[in-house]
Write a protein that binds this ligand. Structure first.
Ligand SMILES: Cc1ncc(COP(=O)(O)O)c(C=O)c1O
Length: 393
C-alpha cells in the first residue's frame, strides 16, 4: 500500500479543532487574526499509515485499558527505528512509556533530586525545562550558551562545571539537538559535558526529541558515547515531533541503569500514569514500522523551507539575522538589529505583522531580542509570514 499523504503544500484548515496552535490566540491575550508559527507542531497531515492504524481502532470501537509487551510488535517497531535511524541498540528492559517528554522530565526531576536541589540547564532553552524544575520545588540554574558574533552558539565548560560545583547540582537537562538555537552537539562536546557530570555525580536527562530532524552534522545519542554514561542517563525520545502526533501523547524513555529506572518508574506511578493511550501506541507503531517514506519526503520539504527562509531573511530583512539551524524545524531569528527593545519587537510581530511566534525572552534572559519561528508549514504560509515581517520593517 503506497503512502497517500505526501502533499505538504496543502493548506489544511486547523481552526476550530481544539488546536493549541490555531484556536487559543484570544485566550492567550493575542489578536484573533494572528497567523500562528509558534508551538512546535507541523501543519502537515501525518502519514496515511498512522491514519489507517487509528481508523482501524476506531472501527473496532472498544477503547479499553491498553498495554504493550515484548513480541506484540510495539517495542520491535520502536527499537527498529532507533537502530535504523540512530544506530541506537535499545534493550526492552530499558524502555519506559510516558505520556510525553515533559511528563518524563518532571518525573526525572523528582527521581534524581530532592526538594531544594539545583538542576542545571543551558539557556536559551525550551522553556518548560525551567518551569518544570520550579514547579517541582527545585532550583533552576543556567549555564547560558555563549552567543558568537556569527550567530552560532557554544558551551562554556568552565562556567558549566563551576555552577555544578557551587550549586551542588544533582541533575542536568540536556537538549540535543538544541531547541531553540538549532545546534547538534558534537561527540566531543557531549563527551566533555558527560565527563563533567560523571565527575560530580550529576544525573543527565538527555532530551533527544528533535533527533530525527538533522540537517547538518551527525546526531549522537548521548548515553551511547561512553559505556559509563549509561549509568547516569535517562534518554527521552518520541515519535511526536517526527510524525506530527503530539496530541497522541506517546514517548519512549530509555534508562539502562536499574536503580535510576526504578526511581523514575516510581515517580511516573506517583504522578498517576499507568497504561498508555490506545491511539498513541497504534500511531507510534505504525509510524516506526511504515513511516519512512512520509518521513523522508517531509524532511525534504522542511529543509527546503529552511533554505527558503534563509534566502528571504538575507535578501529582504536586512535588520534581522538568521543562522541556518543544524537541526529542528525551528528558526531562531535575531531582531536585535532593529534597534527595538523586547516590547517593541513583540508589538511589531504581534500587533503589526499579526504573527504569533515564540518570543525569545521565554527561553531565558539570553533569548531576549529573538523570535522563534516554526517553519514546518506549507511554503505559502511561510512566505506569507515572512512577507508580513518585511512589510512592517
Ligand atoms: C526539546 C523539547 N522537549 C520536549 C518537548 C515536548 O514534548 P512532549 O509534547 O512530548 O511533552 C518539546 C516540544 O516542543 C521540545 O522542543
Amino acid at each position: 500500500m503506497p503512502e497517500r499523504n505526501l502533499n505538504f503544500d496543502e493548506v489544511v484548515d486547523r481552526k476550530n479543532t481544539k488546536c493549541l496552535k490555531y484556536d487559543f490566540a484570544v485566550r492567550r491575550g493575542l489578536p484573533e487574526d494572528v497567523l500562528p508559527l509558534w508551538v512546535a507542531d507541523m501543519d502537515f497531515r501525518t502519514s496515511s499509515y498512522i491514519q489507517d492504524a487509528i481508523t482501524e481502532i476506531a472501527r473496532h470501537n472498544i477503547y479499553g485499558y491498553t498495554n504493550v509487551q515484548r513480541g506484540d510488535g510495539f517495542f520491535e517497531a520502536v527499537s527498529g527505528w532507533m537502530k535504523r535511524h540512530h544506530d541506537f541498540d535499545v534493550k526492552p528492559e530499558w524502555h519506559v512509556i510516558t505520556p510525553g517528554v515533559c511528563f518524563a522530565i518532571s518525573a526525572a526531576v523528582r527521581a534524581a533530586s530532592e526538594p531544594g536541589d539545583a538542576v542545571i540547564i543551558q539557556q536559551p532553552v525550551y522553556y518548560p525545562f525551567y518551569n518544570i524544575i520550579l514547579q517541582n520545588g527545585r532550583k533552576p540554574v543556567s549555564s547560558d550558551l555563549v552567543h558568537n558574533e556569527d550567530g552560532s552558539y557554544d558551551i562554556d565548560y568552565d562556567d558549566f562545571e563551576r555552577k555544578i560545583i557551587e550549586n551542588r547540582v544533582k541533575l542536568f537537562i540536556l537538549c540535543n539537538p538544541h531547541n531553540p538555537v538549532g545546534r547538534v552537539w558534537t561527540r566531543e562536546e557531549l563527551l566533555k559535558l558527560g565527563n563533567i557530570c560523571k565527575a560530580h555525580n550529576v544525573t543527565v536527562f538527555s532530551d533527544e526529541i528533535h533527533f530525527d530532524f538533522i540537517w547538518n552534522g551527525e546526531h549522537s545519542v548521548f548515553q551511547e558515547l561512553d559505556p559509563s554514561f549509561r549509568d547516569f542517563t535517562i534518554t527521552a525520545t518520541a515519535p511526536s515531533k517526527t510524525f506530527n502526533i503530539a496530541g497522541l501523547q506517546q514517548s519512549n524513555i530509555f534508562i539502562p541503569d536499574r536503580t535510576l529506572r526504578r526511581k523514575f518508574r516510581e515517580q511516573v506511578g506517583i504522578a498517576g500514569f499507568d497504561e498508555p493511550n490506545i491511539f498513541g501506541i497504534a500511531a507510534a507503531q505504525a509510524a516506526y514500522e511504515h513511516g519512512d517514506e512520509w518521513y523522508s519526503a517531509m524532511l525534504d520539504y522542511v529543509q527546503k523551507n529552511i533554505e527558503f527562509a534563509n534566502k528571504y531573511v538575507n535578501e529582504e530583512l536586512p535588520e534581522v539575522k538568521m543562522r541556518k539551524p543544524d537541526a529542528t524545524y525551528l528558526i531562531w531569528l535575531d531582531f536585535n538589529g532593529t534597534g527595538l527593545d523586547t516590547e517593541g519587537i513583540e508589538d511589531l510581530i504581534i500587533n503589526k505583522a499579526k504573527l504569533w511566534l515564540d518570543s525569545g525572552k521565554i527561553f531565558g534572559k539570553s533569548g531576549e531580542g529573538f523570535q522563534r519561528i516554526n517553519v514546518a508549514c506549507p511554503r505559502s504560509v511561510l512566505e506569507d509570514a515572512l512577507s508580513r515581517i518585511k512589510n512592517v520593517l
